[in-house]
Design a binder for this molecule. Structure first.
Ligand SMILES: Nc1nc2c(ncn2[C@@H]2O[C@H](COP(=O)(O)OP(=O)(O)OP(=O)(O)O)[C@@H](O)[C@H]2O)c(=O)[nH]1
Ligand SMILES: [Mg+2]
Length: 310
């Protein structure tokens, strides 16, 4: 039996390696199992509680704003809703399902409404001042997936809670779902592009182009941006074996380079493994997430302070 598993693992590596040739547009991509001797990014393994506490104690640096708004976008099935569930789970101390996630039915987006997700503090209807917006996924063809202009509208704060996205046409000013004069709180304070590490090779140019356009619009508004690389366990067998191999994996390092095509510096790209089959929290997976979340909050808070001064 172990021989069969070895063969299966070998075939899996081979498929990933061939995918890698395409992904990295190189003739010698690293084998998915290849690892560095030393972590290429220092990770505070064991510091989960310290980082979590800092986030729990966070107070927005601009007194006019109650909550920092983090906006997640990306291709269909990238793991946007799973990421919100993951964040909520870590704060609640057990696995939760705040945003509905699904196994990307027939390649179509499962999330179709504009929803704000809040993280509850205890059970008293009190929330942490960090809120998340999850949107329908992006698709290559026009008329499919969320319209990029709707995302740009959302960044400016024009989209009402509960608005049902229409892939055929973006929200217009006379639509009841349009907020004509958005407040500073309606605006987005940090833009997060969620990218599936295992599907980077198959992302269509049309999707990448839409993401680039959104990033440029966000940059024009001064909104800070970062990338979360999900599904890293599906992309790399050594990471699947042990999440602590994340910054040892040559394969993940290469994928990170690829996401620069989105125009985000490497130090703004954070690989994360979402909860997917687990029923209990894992402190190492949590540390990776919390480091990324801390960065989102720090970036968003800088933006809040800049808004106050302008
Ligand atoms: N193995 C693995 N699966 C993941 C991970 N993140 C998400 N998934 C799975 O990927 C599928 C899609 O996840 P969702 O969170 O629904 O993705 P989404 O980006 O919200 O998708 P849409 O709303 O359809 O655009 C689900 O089956 C998740 O369980 C991950 O890090 N690893
Ligand atoms: Mg979703």
């Amino acid at each position: 039996m172990p021989v069969i598993w070895d063969i299966i693992e070998f075939l899996r590596d081979l498929i990933l390696w061939i995918t890698g040739m395409w992904l990295f547009k190189s003739t010698t991509p690293p084998m998915p199992t290849e690892v560095f001797d030393k972590e290429w990014r220092i990770t505070p393994w064991g510091q989960k509680e310290v980082i979590l506490q800092k986030l729990k104690d966070y107070v927005p640096g601009n007194p006019q704003i109650k909550s920092i708004r983090v906006f997640l976008h990306g291709p269909v099935g990238a793991g946007k809703s799973s990421l919100i569930n993951f964040i909520n789970s870590v704060f609640q101390g057990h696995i939760t399902s705040l945003a509905l996630a699904d196994s990307a039915i027939a390649g179509e987006s499962f999330t179709i409404k504009y929803q704000t997700h809040k993280i509850e503090k205890g059970n008293h209807g009190i929330y942490y001042p960090i809120i998340f917006n999850d949107v329908m996924g992006l698709e290559e063809r026009s008329g499919k997936g969320v319209h990029k202009d709707d995302i740009i509208n959302a960044l400016k704060g024009h989209v009402k809670e509960g608005y049902k996205f229409n892939p055929m046409s973006p929200l217009s000013e006379d639509d009841p779902g349009y907020i004509k004069i958005p407040s500073s709180e309606d605006r987005v304070h940090c833009l997060v592009s969620v990218m599936p590490a295992d599907k980077m090779a198959f992302l269509r140019e049309g999707v990448i182009q839409k993401m680039r356009d959104i990033r440029l619009a966000a940059a024009d508004m001064g909104i800070p941006q970062m990338v979360i690389l999900t599904r890293v366990d599906e992309a790399c067998p050594s990471v699947r074996k042990d999440i602590k191999n994340i910054y040892l994996s040559k394969y993940i390092k290469e994928i990170e380079k690829c996401s620069i095509q989105l125009g985000v510096p490497v130090n703004c790209i954070f690989p994360v493994r979402n909860y997917h089959e687990e029923i209990d929290l894992d402190k190492d997976m949590d540390v990776l997430l919390l480091k990324a979340l801390k960065q989102m909050v720090d970036f968003g808070d800088d933006f809040l302070k800049a808004m106050e001064q302008s």
